[in-house]
Design a protein around this ligand. Structure first.
Ligand SMILES: [Zn+2]
Length: 186
């Protein structure tokens, strides 16, 4: 696709964020440059975390999204990392905010890129999946972005029920990993 103003990652930014000039033009496929002050702004992916939490009965914790995008569909707990936060700290904070559960250990699994539409802007994300141990699986309460907390047996986990693309792909990947670990355990 050509780097036109209309389909550019930064198309909704019409003015230079530094000097306010309207001559803020497409520079590369992921950057715009101010023709007056020379300021260059790049659109890089935002780091985001995803928690994979499995209880004693080998069920996966899922939440139902209470907000757009993909409101009403299933999701895994998680969210954007704050500045100066590690992925492990971010996933621990998000799980606490959304479910009230305390993560005691977070082990990195894999990452998937995504586009997250918010405020009319497609924000590229890099979703980092962590296998999380929690202090106590009981007493999970849906809060913040989570409308409901559910524990699903693996046979009831269907990637198509997850509205965000990277989460759906990640869940499919988890099902493959789970099948492998089950096969290895035999
Ligand atoms: Zn400028």
């Amino acid at each position: 696709m050509p780097n036109t103003e209309r389909n550019h990652l930064l198309h909704i930014f019409s003015c230079c964020p530094k000097c306010g000039s309207g001559r803020f033009a497409v520079d590369t496929e992921k950057s715009k440059r101010c023709e007056d002050c020379g300021f260059v702004y790049f659109m890089n992916p935002s780091a985001s975390t995803v928690a994979v939490i499995i209880d004693e009965e080998n069920r996966l914790m899922v939440v139902r999204r209470s907000k757009e995008p993909a409101k009403g569909t299933l999701d895994l707990p998680g969210g954007f990392c704050d500045c100066h936060e590690t992925g492990e700290e971010g996933v621990r904070r998000e799980v606490m905010e959304e479910t009230g559960l305390e993560v005691t250990e977070a082990r990195y699994l894999f990452s998937l890129p995504n586009m997250y539409r918010y405020s009319g802007l497609d924000i590229p994300t890099l979703d980092l999946f962590f296998l999380c141990k929690v202090k106590e699986t009981k007493g999970a309460t849906a809060m913040d972005d989570a409308g409901e907390v559910l524990w699903l047996p693996w046979q009831d986990v269907k990637p198509a029920d997850f509205g965000l693309k990277s989460i759906s792909l990640g869940v499919a990947r988890l099902l493959e990993l789970h099948a492998v670990s089950l096969a290895n355990a035999r």
